[in-house]
Design a protein. Structure first.
Length: 250
């Protein structure tokens, strides 16, 4: 358990709040594990009808904790927490709504590709600098982003690592809506409550149909993960991760 992930209930909505503001909500292995458990528990609990992901003001998530990555890069050791979380996202049984304010890097962007509705604020910047870190896209993003953005849009996001503002992300179909910072949580919870009030079985079937075939997504996440793990121990990744961890702030 970690208070870096806060799990709370509001009626039939389960809220998973990423809460590590001093590190811009970078995700550690323990945080992934807590989020996976919450998704699993919520999916198994008939009184939960929707999941919500939120961050802190100014930071949804700065992505995977780079210190954790560096441990894998230098010692080759790493657990299955990230994999388990990606599987929990891909196999989620109930609608997921996210609210993104500010920093949304790496998995802070790709998590939202699995959500049914994402709201973001005008100051949000979605960014996936995988290649700059010597890594490859993860979380099925190489498949989902291509489906949403087309080949060239996906290349801009995942290959060039270009930032997508909230407006650009909305115009491109990556997110559902842009709302002011002070309206974000209200908009997310209103959407989740609206979902929770729908006939759950009809909604589940409709959602499953829209997500088929899931096995294609799972296979892609697996293929990406194999490359990702190999890339983490590459010279390119070691150099990029070490540069971040030893950088001097000006
Ligand atoms: N992993 C570990 N620590 C991180 C982190 C990450 N992904 N992102 C930020 N942090 C830490 C910083 O090291 C810093 O810690 P410190 O205060 O102990 O030095 C703290 O969070 C604040 O970050 P800082 O860089 O000062 O904030 P910023 O607002 O200037 O910049 C970012 C925010 C997100 C742009 C910048 O931190 C960044 O580029 N982080 C790396 C993002 C990334 O590459 N993620 C992985 C994608 S696969």
């Amino acid at each position: 358990m970690t208070d870096h992930i806060l799990v709370e209930r509001q009626g039939a909505v389960q809220i998973i709040r990423i809460n590590r503001p001093d590190k811009k909500n970078a995700l550690t292995r323990a945080m992934y594990a807590r989020m996976s458990a919450a998704l699993g528990e919520g999916d198994a609990d008939p009184s939960v009808r929707a999941h919500v992901f939120l961050g802190v003001p100014g930071a949804f998530s700065a992505g995977n904790d780079l210190a954790d990555f560096l441990v894998i890069a230098t010692c080759g050791e790493g657990g299955n927490e990230v994999w388990d979380f990606l599987m929990a996202l891909a196999r989620s049984q109930k609608p997921m709504v996210s609210g993104v304010d500010g920093i949304a890097v790496g998995i802070g962007t790709t998590l939202n590709l699995h959500c049914d509705l994402t709201f973001a604020t005008p100051r949000t910047l979605f960014r996936t600098p995988f290649v700059d870190l010597g890594l490859v896209p993860e979380a099925g993003s190489s498949l989902i982003a291509s489906q949403i953005l087309g080949r060239q849009g996906a290349f801009a996001l995942l290959g060039l690592g270009e930032g997508f503002s909230a407006e650009r992300a909305k115009a491109a179909g990556l997110i559902y809506d842009v709302v002011a910072e002070d309206a974000l949580e209200g908009a997310v919870l209103a959407a989740a409550s609206q979902i929770a009030a729908k006939p759950p079985q009809a909604l589940k079937i409709a959602r499953d149909l829209m997500r088929e075939p899931r096995e294609e997504l799972v296979a892609r996440i697996k293929a990406e993960a194999e490359h990702f793990r190999e890339r983490l121990t590459s010279d390119e990744a070691r150099a990029a991760l070490t540069a971040f961890m030893t950088r001097k702030k000006g």
